[in-house]
Design a protein around this ligand. Structure first.
Ligand code: SF4
Ligand code: SF4
Length: 740
């Protein structure tokens, strides 16, 4: 497998570079996965993007930690440790640096044994003011791999940059070809990397100490702690104050600077702390006297914008690279959704942007309305569905929580529609990365839940969800869940169903008795006084949700007959003769499959069980899937405080009283997007095997290691938090297999 990482600054086109290379490899017949990685701060801040390519299906997921090729588009980042450029770089890695210095000099400076290849630095701007650094990086990387031809490269540039217009596209193609040709002598220098071995015991887990609340709350206890973080390194443009023009009204620019780095100098003019000015130029835009101008501060250039996944018209079956968000938009399009009340929230926004573009271009006959909150959005969705209109909406994290009152309400209306939730951990503290406490908070709302592990599943699950929701025996809304970042922004090959076949699978919404109209008023959510009637209505929702189990199976059968892909309520992977199983519901299940492959190769009888449906809970299918299994590692990407993993409790109750039930071991992993690596899977299997052998399950375990605690301690130091040193955990003994 090829594993490539691109490093640059927000605005330099690293996401574009990864997409161009990903598309070129896809066109060459490779399985591909590409994704960008960034936080809330983008322009000028260090960001990276990555591409995996293989001739076999790719089961790895998330950030590449052991790259074959690292492309550094901006050599000033090599001095910024937070950029993480050297992570996993070893003697087998090729480091491609855009800059003017000699390779030998960088080898000394970085003290690395990696092979360093230099290419000329950023090459300036086009007439249209667009930077070329992204496309040139992609082209040079493609040449170093030696498996991408120039025609495929140009096809990929065409596909990814079509939105820039003819002139800029032509200039980018010239740049791509220049970079491709100049790297010709090094064609094929990058070799594919091997499968990585994993050993139980290498996971280095620790038992997390229970710190007092004043230590463990994510608070900053000192003023201006960001003083220690030189965010000025992110700047690509530098604001300069013209003291001739400056009227000394620093309360204006000083208040509006989002980083609070403008102060009056001794004469009262605005002065800027350049150690921390990020170069956002809010001050320039806001100064009423035009006393601030911008000059270049080294690396530069606006971000080039690739086309949205929905740019192409498609009425035939196509296989294309789509992000999870793009796949969700295609699901809504193929389902023929007519009404979309929306409210943007990261990492869901790309879904509604894509649908909005299609509607604007007349490619989708739907109405999109932006509401003022997710609460109103779900109210509007339920109301629209109650009129018999096929309705789609999407949200994430706090947005779903904000809507939660209305989730209970509209499911009580028995209004069927589909809501895509892009999972993201909930505050506090704040993260943009995924875990499942958002969607699991909606577990008891009356919405059904389908969970997806790949971009392909997202398109398919949305089509299935509409048929399920609209079935007369069900008539309930459905949440289709996907993980932020690991799916939302990650492109994978997707077979898009033919629009006509999609229409055959999902005929127009037969609203039946749903006929809420101005001329036919219906009072929804009527007051029911008394527990008896209330029990009746609530239990009816439960019965409908239970009926959805059979309807799901029937729907999956029709889907398979139409499209050839089978979706069981519970996926079983290599479970024949398995003694031990991983059990999980989210996109890291593909990583679990890779782990199963490694463990099987080493002689362990291991498999994976993945419930796709969480509501209704497929209890009988789960029992059948785990028949004969001796130990199950239940891996929860959520945490019910004071209880533990929610999935664990669900599985335990489903197996309660079953003769020969397996020993269950609870693991909490992936909170806030925390990676679960090969060593973690190996250790979980070893611990679960031991529990199966002895019949004794160890206490629930958070996947967390000593390095992660050290990182937290660094942050606490920065935030002036003192922790009790005596609480630091001792290293734990390794599992027996590792010790031997
Ligand atoms: S707003 Fe403009 S004029 Fe006023 S202090 Fe700031 S830079 Fe000077
Ligand atoms: S560019 Fe201006 S507004 Fe932005 S961080 Fe720097 S001083 Fe503040």
């Amino acid at each position: 497998m090829y594993r490539i990482r691109f490093h640059g600054r927000g605005g330099q086109g690293m996401k574009t570079a990864s997409r161009i290379l990903g598309t070129a490899l896809f066109l060459e017949g490779y399985e591909v996965q590409d994704a960008p990685r960034y936080g809330a701060e983008r322009r000028g801040a260090p960001i990276f993007a990555y591409v995996r390519a293989d001739k076999r299906p790719i089961l790895e997921r998330g950030v590449i930690t052991r790259p074959n090729l690292v492309v550094v588009a901006d050599d000033t980042l090599l001095g910024v440790p937070a950029a993480g450029i050297m992570q996993g770089v070893d003697a087998h890695t090729i480091l491609l640096i855009a800059g003017g210095d000699e390779a030998a000099l960088w080898r000394d400076r970085l003290a690395t044994e990696a092979t360093i290849v230099m290419v000329p630095g950023p090459v300036g701007e086009t007439a249209a003011g667009r930077p070329h650094v992204g496309v040139a990086s992609a082209a040079a990387a493609a040449r170093l791999l030696g498996v991408v031809g120039r025609h495929r490269l140009i096809e990929a540039v065409d596909e990814e940059l079509a939105g820039l217009g003819k002139e800029a596209l032509a200039e980018n193609k010239v740049q791509a070809l220049d970079a491709f040709v100049s790297a010709g002598a090094l064609s094929g220098v990058v070799e594919e990397g091997p499968e990585f071995p994993a050993r139980p015991g290498d996971a280095d887990w620790i038992q997390l100490p229970a710190d007092p609340a004043d230590v463990s709350a994510p608070a900053i206890h000192a003023e201006r702690t960001s003083v220690q973080v030189r965010t000025g390194l992110w700047r690509t443009l530098r604001p300069i104050v013209d003291t001739e023009r400056c009227r000394k009204c620093v309360w204006v620019c000083g208040s509006l600077c989002p980083d609070g780095v403008i102060f009056p100098d001794v004469e009262g003019h605005a002065a800027i702390d350049f150690d921390h000015c990020k170069g956002c130029l809010v001050c320039l835009a806001q100064c009423p006297w035009h006393a601030i101008e911008a000059v270049s501060a080294g690396a530069r250039g606006p971000r080039s914008r690739g086309p949205s996944p929905g740019r192409e018209r498609s009425s035939v079956m196509t296989r294309k690279l789509l992000t999870g968000n793009g796949a969700a938009a295609w699901g809504a399009r193929l389902a023929g959704a007519e009404y979309m009340p929306v409210f943007p929230i990261t990492p869901q926004t790309e879904i509604i942007e894509t649908l909005g573009e299609w509607i604007d271009r007349g490619e989708m006959a739907a109405r999109m309305v932006t509401l003022e909150s997710e609460h109103s959005m779900v109210t509007a969705a339920g109301s629209a569905a109650a009129t018999g209109v096929r309705t789609f909406t999407a949200t994430s994290s706090q947005g779903l929580l904000y809507a939660i009152e209305m989730l209970f309400t509209v499911s009580g209306w028995r209004a069927p529609f589909v809501l895509v939730n892009v999972s993201r951990g909930v505050a506090t503290p704040v993260t943009l990365e995924p875990d499942h406490n958002d969607v699991l908070a909606a577990r008891d709302s009356g919405f059904l839940q389908i969970h997806c592990a790949t971009c392909q599943e997202i398109v398919d699950a949305i089509l299935i969800a509409y048929r399920l929701a609209e079935d007369a025996a069900v008539r309930l809304p459905v949440i289709v869940n996907l993980d932020g970042f690991y799916l939302s922004f990650t492109r994978e090959p997707v077979d898009l169903p033919d629009t006509e076949a999609a229409a055959r699978f999902l005929p127009p919404f037969d609203a039946g008795t749903l006929a809420f109209r101005a001329g036919h008023p219906v009072s929804e959510a009527v007051a029911v006084l008394g527990g008896g009637p209330y029990s009746y209505f609530r239990y009816q929702i439960h019965l409908a949700a239970e009926a959805a189990l059979d309807v799901f199976d029937q729907t999956a059968g029709v889907f398979e007959a139409t499209f050839g892909r089978r979706y069981e309520a519970v996926e079983r992977y290599r479970m024949d003769d398995a003694d031990v199983a991983f059990l999980m519901i989210w996109s890291f299940a593909t990583k679990a499959k890779a782990a199963v492959g490694r463990l099987r190769a080493a002689g362990h009888k291991v498999g994976l069980v993945r419930p796709r449906l969480l509501r209704p809970f497929p209890e009988a299918a789960l029992r059948a899937a785990l028949k004969g299994v001796k130990g199950v590692a239940v891996v929860d990407q959520n945490l019910s405080m004071g209880k533990g993993g929610i999935l664990f409790a669900e599985v335990a109750s489903a197996l309660y009283g079953l003769d020969g039930a397996p020993v269950l071991v609870s693991f909490i992993g992936g909170l806030g997007g925390r990676d679960i690596d090969a060593d973690d899977f190996a250790e979980m299997a070893a611990v679960t095997q031991k529990a199966a052998d002895t019949g004794e399950a160890p206490p629930p375990r958070l996947l967390f290691d000593a390095d992660e605690l050290a990182e937290v301690r660094k942050l606490q130091t920065l935030a002036a938090v003192e922790w009790p040193k005596e609480s630091e955990p001792e290293p734990e003994p390794k599992s027996e297999e590792a010790a031997s």
